[in-house]
Ligand binder design. Structure first.
Ligand code: ZN
Length: 222
């Protein structure tokens, strides 16, 4: 697990497990976590790593309703958690089925997942929310269904960084599950907006050319 500093106060944290990538954006008064980890234990490690960088009060945004991106939330204690309503609904009603599926698929996870309380996001991102972190405004955007019905991307305009969740994956083809809408996804990738660095939900940060190539690959898959 390592921190990558992508711009001043904008970090990605890479994990060997699932090649997962989490994010952290610092302002002068608050910080924002982009996803919270795969389970409560993993979330606790992430929380500790964040606290080595900053003591600022935190809030979180969950990019989409897949267990590996949000089951770490409980480790951060009570905090504001942003997500699209479709993501909040999936977390509330779909996590048990996701946990059952992955516990059967990868039995080593079963106990860790069973001990991870589900935290349902309490703040809504319908299409666009601006969060003032102090000295820096970040933008949370839902650009339409894609990898899931409720994907949210996080733009840090002053730093040229965009956290894309699983709308973009590096090191593996994008995961197209039963909850994906590939036709809409292709459109969403065309509307991400300007960014020098795009942080995927799994894999290393990439550039816009990589995103364009992935968009073409998805379009071809239709
Ligand atoms: Zn996903």
């Amino acid at each position: 697990m390592t921190w990558l500093e992508l711009a001043d106060g904008v970090f990605a944290r890479r994990h060997a497990d699932l090649d997962l990538t989490l994010g952290l954006v610092l302002g002068t008064e608050r910080c924002l976590l982009v996803d919270t980890g795969t389970d409560a234990g993993h979330g606790a490690e992430f929380a500790e790593a964040v606290r080595e960088l900053t003591a600022l009060p935190w809030s979180a945004v969950i990019t989409h309703g897949h267990w590996d991106h949000h089951l770490g939330t409980s480790a951060f204690g009570p905090l504001p958690v942003w997500a699209h309503p479709a993501t909040a609904a999936e977390i509330a009603h779909g996590t048990a089925a996701q946990v059952a599926e992955w516990s059967a698929r990868e039995p080593f996870r079963a106990e860790r997942l069973a001990r991870s309380p589900v935290v349902v996001p309490d703040r809504e991102v319908l299409d666009r929310v601006e969060l003032d972190l102090g000295g820096r405004v970040v933008e949370l955007r839902h650009l339409g269904p894609g990898h899931t019905p409720g994907d949210v991307v996080v733009r840090v305009p002053d730093a040229g960084v965009l956290f894309a969740g699983d709308l973009v994956e590096q090191g593996a083809p994008p995961a197209v599950g039963p909850d994906a809408d590939v036709a809409s996804w292709v459109g969403v990738l065309g509307r991400l907006g300007a960014a020098d660095v795009v942080v995927p939900g799994h894999g290393n940060p990439v550039d816009r050319a990589f995103v364009e190539a992935q968009r073409a690959e998805l379009a071809a898959r239709r």
